[in-house]
Write a protein that binds this ligand. Structure first.
Ligand SMILES: Cc1cc2nc3c(=O)[nH]c(=O)nc-3n(C[C@H](O)[C@H](O)[C@H](O)COP(=O)(O)O)c2cc1C
Length: 212
């Protein structure tokens, strides 16, 4: 006989999902730390990219992502705030497709408080370049010794201080950092299991089992 499933009720599954999401925002090794954010671009075409899940607010049911306010996705998200966060965990055998409504914050105390923390890390340089992300480069990108020493996914996922990068360097300069706050709308949860896959769609106050 197949082993009993540890989580049987909708309430228990929901609680575990939020617990794992919150954990992912604090644990850079969690598989849900780097979801894919899918949106609709300015030409009404699908567009997707990996991002780092920086914060999960369990009370307000919202997710926070950091970005450069000049990046194409920011213009896209302002025009089409409806977006989707996609998560897959091999450990949990769970896929989440989270429909969100995005609000981009470019100034104000929430932006400044995050920037105050971020500017002390190597990731700060991503928001200090004079050129917008996606700009054409005049010369081919050649890795500097510093970049070789620092894997890019790590740089984006956590507060590493690169060798020779003084925190003071970032203190008073203008930054292009912005905060993407994604409010939970509903979620499609899929569990792969030899005993039978399970799937449900839920919002804050509804739960609907679906055929996988
Ligand atoms: C592991 C990983 C984490 C990333 N995290 C972020 C992030 O938190 N914010 C961000 O704006 N871009 C992040 N990126 C870069 C984006 O995937 C994307 O390449 C870039 O933001 C440009 O996207 P856009 O042209 O859709 O604006 C990350 C990329 C990788 C590979």
């Amino acid at each position: 006989m197949a082993a009993p499933r540890p989580l049987e009720t909708a309430q228990a599954i929901k609680a575990r999902i939020w617990q794992e999401l919150e954990r992912a925002s604090r644990d850079r090794h969690h598989e849900w730390r780097t979801p894919v954010l899918a949106s609709i671009d300015l030409a009404q075409q699908p567009s997707a990219r990996t991002v780092v899940l920086r914060e999960v607010n369990l009370q307000e049911k919202c997710f926070e992502i950091y970005s450069d306010r000049r990046s194409p996705k920011i213009a896209e998200l302002k025009q089409h705030p409806g977006a989707l966060l996609h998560f897959w965990s091999k450990r949990l055998q769970w896929q989440l497709r989270v429909a969100v409504k995005v609000h981009v914050l470019e100034s104000g105390p929430d932006v400044e408080s995050r920037w105050d923390r971020l500017k002390l890390t190597a990731a700060a340089r991503d928001y200090l370049s004079p050129h917008p992300p996606g700009s054409l480069m005049e010369k081919p990108a050649e890795p500097s010794a510093e970049k070789i020493a620092e894997p890019s996914a790590e740089k984006m996922a956590g507060p590493l201080l690169a060798k020779g990068m003084e925190p003071a360097l970032h203190k008073e300069v203008d930054h292009n950092f912005c905060l993407v706050r994604a409010g939970f709308v509903e979620m499609d949860w899929l569990e792969l299991n030899v005993a039978g896959h399970r799937r449900a769609r839920f919002s804050v106050d509804e739960w609907q089992w679906l055929l996988p």
